[in-house]
Design a protein around this ligand. Structure first.
Ligand SMILES: Cc1ncc(COP(=O)(O)O)c(C=O)c1O
Length: 463
């Protein structure tokens, strides 16, 4: 910390927070007797709280966001210069950073063509849903309007995103939901025994075939889109089983269903490729991204489509409704694409995709070694620096441990100055996966510190 805060400043901030801030995802009763945590400063992989305590951040800002780490002056300077030149103009016009970043992005996404700017992952996903709906109206008399989503996936916080949300505990009390969203089963092989009819062999193909079953039951002429996370994040870090994506792609082609990949977490390096879907040879029609696009240095989200999807909104210029009649006010902020450009250059110049792959393997091995030591770890999984450890009360029955014990592990790590995450209040009875997503700059020493803390915490909580 730079010492700019003295005790009086800090207690005033804490009191103002206690009096006026409504924290995200938080029950506030405990703040009547304890201080809310305030993060004051960050550098590299580390952040400092109001007491000056240093933490290593194994979750990139809590929610998989600060991919290039804290304190990047280069991004701040570029954003400052751009804000002085032009901070904003509505997205019906273009901007210099908007064009330049779109070109860089499309260069990393062969087969994709158009970038629609907005300001959150939820909003980008909503745009995708709106496109499916409008295409249904334009081409199919409104019939092919249903959007499939998967059990355990999450696509955002608005009512329609929750309607596409496969996390029942997260959705509870927010209904009624938007019509026309239909759930398909998850593809978590570790829990395949809980799914009726799941085979021991070729589970991935079977799991994808369940999507086809839903399409057939709903009627293929009613299904317009399928929205999936490439690797499910908050639903338990679910890496797809072998054969899954190939089959999903075939099914989408067969029934003329638009494939919308939600890269809000995986996008821009998290799994060691620019986008998560690129591990699996998928050709999406729409890709949404947000968090890591500018590593949280500015708010930016993008919906990227193929030229074929784009063309559907311009083919008849005489029809007054034949364009995407949508706007995002803050999609016109220039800070987002400016930060996105610098963020992408940093990833390239510092070879962070390779580092993510290498450090991901290192961390996966370290977590497997932990599993040898702690029977409570039922499975370790993940891709790149996007990893999870599912905790079970019993390895043979795979009964999940209670969420409060998982939270004790998180709290114990926090006490050691290590911030890790866990699935929380999302999946009834299944909030039992520890989540790790350190910045893409992580080094072996950082990972050792994180894994050592988890080792100690598991030893204490499950003694
Ligand atoms: C996979 C996924 N999609 C969408 C979102 C929503 O993004 P935002 O919070 O920016 O609206 C999230 C947020 O965690 C997410 O994990």
């Amino acid at each position: 910390m730079d010492g700019n805060f003295n005790e009086n400043d800090i207690s005033r901030v804490v009191e103002a927070d206690r009096a006026h801030i409504w924290h995200h995802l938080s029950q506030h009763k405990p703040y009547e007797t304890t201080d809310p945590r305030i993060i004051v400063e960050g550098k590299g992989m580390r952040v400092w709280d109001q007491k000056g305590k240093e933490h290593i951040d194994a979750v990139s800002g809590g929610v998989w966001t600060v991919n290039v780490g804290y304190g990047r002056e280069r991004i701040a300077n570029a954003v400052r210069d751009q804000l002085i030149k032009l901070n904003y103009f509505a997205g019906s016009a273009g901007s210099i950073p908007g064009s330049n970043f779109a070109e860089m992005l499309i260069d990393k996404m062969p087969g994709m063509s158009r970038v629609y700017y907005c300001n959150s992952g939820s909003e980008a996903n909503e745009k995708g849903f709106k496109m499916v709906r409008q295409i249904a109206h334009k081409r199919y008399g409104g019939k092919k309007h249903k959007i499939l989503y998967r059990d355990r996936d999450y696509h955002g916080t608005t009512i329609s995103c929750l309607s596409a949300g496969g996390q029942d505990e997260r959705n509870a009390q927010y209904g009624p939901f938007t019509d026309g969203f239909v759930r398909v089963p998850h593809c978590l092989e570790y829990r395949s025994f809980e799914q009726d009819g799941a085979p021991q062999e070729n589970y991935g193909v079977w799991a994808a075939d369940q999507i086809e079953k839903v399409i057939l039951a709903e009627g293929p002429d009613t299904v317009g889109g399928l929205c999936l996370e490439p690797v499910t994040a908050g639903g338990g870090v679910i890496t797809p089983p072998e054969g899954y994506w190939e089959r999903v792609q075939e099914i989408c082609k067969k029934y003329d269903v638009l494939l919308h990949i939600d890269e809000v977490v995986c996008g821009v390096g998290r799994t060691g490729t620019w986008f998560g879907y690129q591990h699996y040879g998928i050709k999406p029609d729409m890709v949404t991204m947000a968090k890591g696009v500018a590593s949280g240095y500015a708010a930016i989200a993008c919906l990227v489509t193929t030229e074929e999807v784009f063309d559907m909104f311009k083919d008849d210029a005489t029809d007054p409704l034949n364009y995407f009649r949508d706007i995002s006010t803050f999609g016109g902020c220039t800070a987002g694409p400016t930060a996105g450009i610098e963020n992408m250059k940093i990833i390239e110049e510092e070879n962070l995709l390779q580092n993510t792959t290498d450090m991901g393997h290192y961390m996966l091995d370290a977590l497997h070694a932990l599993a040898d030591k702690h029977a409570v770890i039922g499975q370790v999984r993940g891709k790149g620096l996007f990893l999870g450890a599912e905790l079970v009360a019993d390895r043979s029955s795979r009964e999940p441990v209670a969420e409060k014990l998982v939270q004790q592990v998180v709290a114990d790590c926090m006490g050691q100055g290590v911030i890790i995450g866990a699935t929380n209040r999302s999946l009834p009875g299944k909030n039992n996966t520890l989540c790790f997503s350190p910045a893409l700059i992580a080094k072996k020493d950082d990972i050792d510190q994180i894994v050592d803390a988890v080792d100690g915490a598991l030893g204490r909580v499950f003694a």
